[in-house]
Design a binder for this molecule. Structure first.
Ligand code: GDP
Length: 195
């Protein structure tokens, strides 16, 4: 194969990171348009905890970042769920995920309902027994148009027993804190290291 996908090139890719560095798969779930791609992109530009982008190819909505937090390196493979192309159920069955980040927009009630549905699905299918989840209310910069208040988000997170944070990728508010929270959550599961 010469043109197009060129699968022969795959053999020339460098080894998949350092086998001594723990690696985790993070799923970005939630309705279309809530800011999953924007948040994922911003993780790679975080200067607060020294994250850098290891991705060779992010065409498929996957980004690899290496995060140095408290002098400990962790690789994260962040997989953006293409909500319009694949159901949450099919997505979760396809990838062996370590942590679910479920995002909604605080200015769109439908996306909040969808986030609630996704979390319920994960809980009912026992996918949260050995994995964590973080509920994220994004777009807090659009305060004047807010329809989902912080208490509603916190209430749902409490019901599911997951973490909760509000962010604005527009203003880069709490994005680093979310990344720190992701690393902290996956480290609660240290047995699931690089496969
Ligand atoms: P995705 O479909 O969930 O991946 O959403 P995107 O990351 O593609 O974002 C959808 C739209 O929302 C884009 O136009 C973004 O620029 C915008 N957006 C994302 N995050 C924010 C935010 O925090 N505030 C505002 N005002 N817009 C945002």
């Amino acid at each position: 194969v010469v043109d197009g996908g060129d699968p022969m090139m795959l053999g020339e890719r460098p080894p998949d990171g350092d086998p001594n560095v723990p690696a985790f798969k993070i799923a970005m779930l939630g309705a279309s348009g809530v800011g999953k791609t924007t948040l994922t992109y911003q993780f790679t530009t975080s200067d607060y905890i020294c994250a850098y982008d290891l991705s060779l190819d992010d065409d498929y909505g996957q980004k690899k970042v290496s995060v140095l937090l408290d002098n400990i390196e962790t690789d994260l493979e962040i997989i953006d769920h293409p909500a319009s192309e694949m159901s949450t159920e099919a997505f979760c069955a396809t990838y062996n995920i370590d942590l679910f980040v479920v995002v909604y927009s605080v200015v769109d009630r439908k996306t909040f309902k969808e986030a609630e549905r996704v979390l319920q699905y994960l809980k009912e299918n026992e996918m949260l027994l050995s994995r964590g989840a973080i509920l994220v209310g994004n777009k807090t910069d659009l305060e004047r148009h807010r329809v989902v208040n912080q208490y509603m988000g916190r209430y749902v997170a409490t019901q599911i027993a997951c973490k909760f944070i509000e962010t604005s990728s527009g203003l880069h508010h709490n994005v680093d804190e979310l990344l720190v929270g992701i690393v902290a959550q996956v480290k609660l599961n240290p047995q699931r290291l690089r496969r």
